[in-house]
Design a protein around this ligand. Structure first.
Ligand SMILES: Nc1nc2c(ncn2[C@@H]2O[C@H](COP(=O)(O)OP(=O)(O)OP(=O)(O)O)[C@@H](O)[C@H]2O)c(=O)[nH]1
Ligand SMILES: [Mg+2]
Length: 450
């Protein structure tokens, strides 16, 4: 899905990724290419223009992250803008029980298939008895199609093969579903070749009878901007609560998915990606953005750097150090955060007075053993290392595949570190004592685990 867009975006960003310095010239060129790629994917021209403007504005104002090239940060900015475009925020369904969902849309957009697909998905998500109601009275085969799918997915089913009174059929279906204790009731409706007043009026009358919690428009994603126009018209008439974008598996270029939320304000809630009932999923803007960009590696690298920069967390740690109540749990958390970035040198840089220290060979493996030791402790032991008596240390050594002397060593070094923090807290003369202490620690390999 969206391969062509992915190719074009990748090539637009490829040469930016490695650059050490962003200039107005190389940015402008890359962003122009991004805009062209979006337009070629049939993204609405206004949406494409605003997209590029937003990216540009953020590139100018970005804080420089350590360990990440500026071009990589641009990739991340574009990723986040894609997520925003695809529709951030809540895309879940109403919590009402039974949950009443009305599916509407043009002819052949995938309503009947999506009704069954959604029933199946809801079952997977914990609904026990989804129920489908056939309200398409115009095509005789429509009811059979829904019935077969309902049987196949073991969903409750109601239809009336005689009546043509759609609102009455809906009401009867609702009653049947309630009698069957359904916790989700899905109403499949008839499509039209194009939006016409008759269709809208009928759906409105049906809607009035069944009071749906969700009105979902099923839109063919392969239609590009046409799907956006359809969504706009349906939304004006019916106040949609969400969209199901189908046929994203085919030759969909991405334009509908990328423009529909920002043009209509209606969130995409589900996507259809194939003909089988399992080819259907909750819509995840972030996942799709990553796929479109095809640069998940860069995005996660920048995210990690940002996580690392997480100021609140850093502040919390600094506060703990100041108060000298830095325990083994904090230590473990710190160590893991660093490990994500893959650098021991950076953890050293964060610890008081450790930045200049040499890292001995085998430090990485040692760090792994240190982690194993801490993991073998109970949470209580991590918070209160004083609890660690002989028998507990033996248990921890066994559990972590290390020796008691290693556990003892770690504890000793950790205590030294705590002492050091206490001295820092004392300030003045404490600092001098700390310097002496540090000299002593350096000789022994210093920092716990290294
Ligand atoms: N590849 C693909 N095909 C789909 C998808 N969703 C639906 N289809 C196919 O599209 C065709 C129309 O689907 P229906 O569910 O019958 O569409 P509908 O909106 O109920 O059509 P009408 O009732 O005639 O208005 C069927 O052949 C489906 O198998 C999808 O996500 N991907
Ligand atoms: Mg149908």
């Amino acid at each position: 899905m969206f391969e062509s867009l992915t190719d074009k975006l990748s090539s637009a960003l490829r040469h930016l990724r490695g650059v050490g310095q962003l200039s107005e010239a190389n940015m402008a060129e890359a962003l122009q290419e991004v805009r062209t790629a979006l337009l070629a994917a049939d993204v609405h021209f206004k949406v494409a223009r605003e997209f590029v403007e937003r990216v540009q504005a953020q590139c100018v104002g970005q804080a420089v992250l350590k360990g990440v090239a500026p071009g990589q940060q641009v990739v991340k900015i574009i990723h986040d803008e894609l997520v925003r475009l695809l529709g951030e925020g809540a895309t879940g369904l109403s919590a009402a029980r039974p949950l009443r969902i009305l599916l509407v849309g043009l002819h052949g957009s995938g309503k009947t298939t999506s009704t069954a697909k959604l029933g199946k998905l809801l079952k997977k998500r914990g609904y026990t008895t989804p129920f489908v109601v056939g309200c398409d009275v115009y095509r005789p085969a429509a009811i059979d199609q829904l019935e077969i799918l309902a049987q196949q997915e073991a969903l409750g089913f109601y239809a009336d093969r005689v009546s043509k009174d759609v609102p009455a059929i809906g009401a009867a279906g609702l009653a049947a579903a309630q009698a069957a204790n359904a916790d989700a009731i899905l109403f499949d409706t008839a499509g039209r070749l194009q939006i016409d007043q008759g269709l809208i009026e009928e759906v409105k009358r049906l809607s009035a009878r069944i009071s749906p919690d969700e009105i979902l428009l099923v839109a063919d994603g392969a239609l590009g901007q046409e799907a956006v126009n359809v969504a706009k018209a349906f939304h004006e008439a019916l106040a949609l609560t969400g969209l199901i974008l189908t046929k994203l598996d085919g030759d969909a270029r991405g334009g509908a998915a990328l423009s529909i939320k920002s043009i209509t304000g209606v969130p995409i809630k589900f996507v259809g990606t194939g003909e089988k009932t399992g080819d259907f999923d909750t819509f995840h803007p972030d996942r799709l953005a990553s796929r479109i960009l095809g640069m998940g590696d860069v995005v996660s690298l920048v995210e990690k750097a940002q996580e690392h920069m997480d100021e609140k967390e850093a502040e919390r740690m600094a506060e703990k150090m100041r108060k000298a109540d830095f325990n083994l749990e904090d230590f473990l958390a710190q160590m893991r955060q660093m490990k994500k970035l893959g650098s021991i040198q950076s953890i050293m840089g964060m610890m008081p007075g450790m930045s200049g220290m040499q890292i001995p060979d085998g430090a990485e493996a040692q760090m792994g053993r240190t982690e194993a030791i801490i993991l073998s402790m109970t949470p209580q032991e991590r918070r209160k290392p004083d609890l660690l008596n002989g028998s507990r240390r033996k248990r921890i050594a066994d559990g972590s595949g290390t020796k008691i002397v290693e556990v003892n060593q770690l504890m000793k070094q950790f205590q030294q570190m705590q002492q050091m923090m206490k001295m820092m807290k004392g300030g003045g003369s404490g600092m001098k004592k700390m310097m002496r202490q540090m000299e002593a620690m350096k000789g022994k390999g210093g920092f716990p685990g290294l």
